[in-house]
Design a protein around this ligand. Structure first.
Ligand code: CP
Ligand code: NVA
Length: 289
């Protein structure tokens, strides 16, 4: 299983055991939005597994001069063993996946951030020993990371309580698909206190995602009651862990003292992106199941 594989990879890495399972393999990374963690952890993962990352800034390619995605996908498939893509619309990613003959990995779109949530669940397992029968609270925007939590909840049977302001709820189609599949419990509410009450995990993310910067002023007013701060956290379970995919905006979606406080696991969470990305790459590019 993916989480066990990632944990084993982390353990070997920390003990200094070299792992070269992707020797001779090349991963392309097409990024149309900024990234610190996802880009660097994917690149480092490739290098540490003996492979080679090739970073492709979309604006320096013919994609920026409107070469069709389907052509780019077919050409790059002749050079590379896999592609990680960070872009705006989910449709672009889907078209890449349809026309590429190599694995295509979602490194974030406007709609989803699946690799993030996989490494987040790895972190939950490290701290809590499991992911089922925990109360997981999402507080804030019903955004791309929230959507991937919804999908994870449906597939893994999580107890996910989401508090989002009216008008910023997750996409109804994504909710509907998840509910049809769901084996756990997905509860959508607008009261952050109710979501956080006795929660084992409290997760938040920025109020305005990449591409929504112009909406930030308006959003600040709407989202103010959704700040994860000490007052809100008092309602959570005693050993609650606080998570944030980062980058964080202190004083907006999370207070400085909570982000830097004893319940915050954000640095381990960030680190686990490296190990989870290695697990994903070793399956997709290494041919291991
Ligand atoms: N969490 C995350 O995806 O961060 P980056 O935008 O820095 O990649
Ligand atoms: N929701 C955020 C996540 C960043 C990792 C964004 O899309 O900007």
């Amino acid at each position: 299983m993916l989480f066990e594989r990632a944990a084993a990879i982390k353990k070997r890495f920390q003990s200094g055991v070299p792992e070269r399972s992707l020797s001779g393999k090349t991963l392309g990374l097409i990024f149309e939005k900024p990234s610190t963690r996802t880009r660097v952890s994917f690149e480092a993962a490739m290098v540490q597994l003996g492979g080679t990352p090739v970073f492709i800034s979309a604006k320096d390619t013919q994609i920026s001069r409107n070469e069709p995605v389907r052509d780019t996908a077919r050409v790059l498939s002749r050079y590379l063993d896999g592609l990680a893509i960070r872009t705006y619309s989910q449709e672009i990613l889907t078209e890449f996946a349809e026309f590429a003959s190599i694995p295509v990995i979602n490194a974030l779109t406007d709609l989803f951030h699946p690799c993030q949530v996989l490494s987040d669940i790895m972190t939950v397992i490290e701290y809590k020993g499991r992911y089922n029968d925990l109360k997981i609270a999402w507080v804030g925007d019903g955004n791309n990371v929230a959507h991937s939590w919804v999908n994870a909840a449906a597939v893994l049977g999580l107890r996910l309580f989401m508090a989002c302001p009216e008008g910023y709820l997750p996409d109804p189609d994504i909710m509907k698909r998840a509910e049809e599949r769901n084996t756990g419990e997905i509860v959508l509410i607008t009261d952050p206190l109710e979501a956080v009450k006795n929660a084992d995990v409290v997760y938040t993310d920025v109020w305005a995602s990449m591409g929504q910067e112009r909406e930030l002023d308006g959003r600040r007013r709407t989202f103010e009651p959704f700040q994860v701060n000490q007052a809100l956290l008092k309602n959570a379970a005693e050993n609650v862990i606080v998570m944030h995919c980062l980058p964080a905006h202190r004083g907006e979606e999370i207070s400085e003292d909570v982000l830097e406080g004893p319940n915050s696991v954000v640095w381990d969470q960030s680190e686990n992106k490296l190990h989870m990305h290695k697990a994903i790459l070793s399956i997709l590019l290494g041919g291991d199941s």
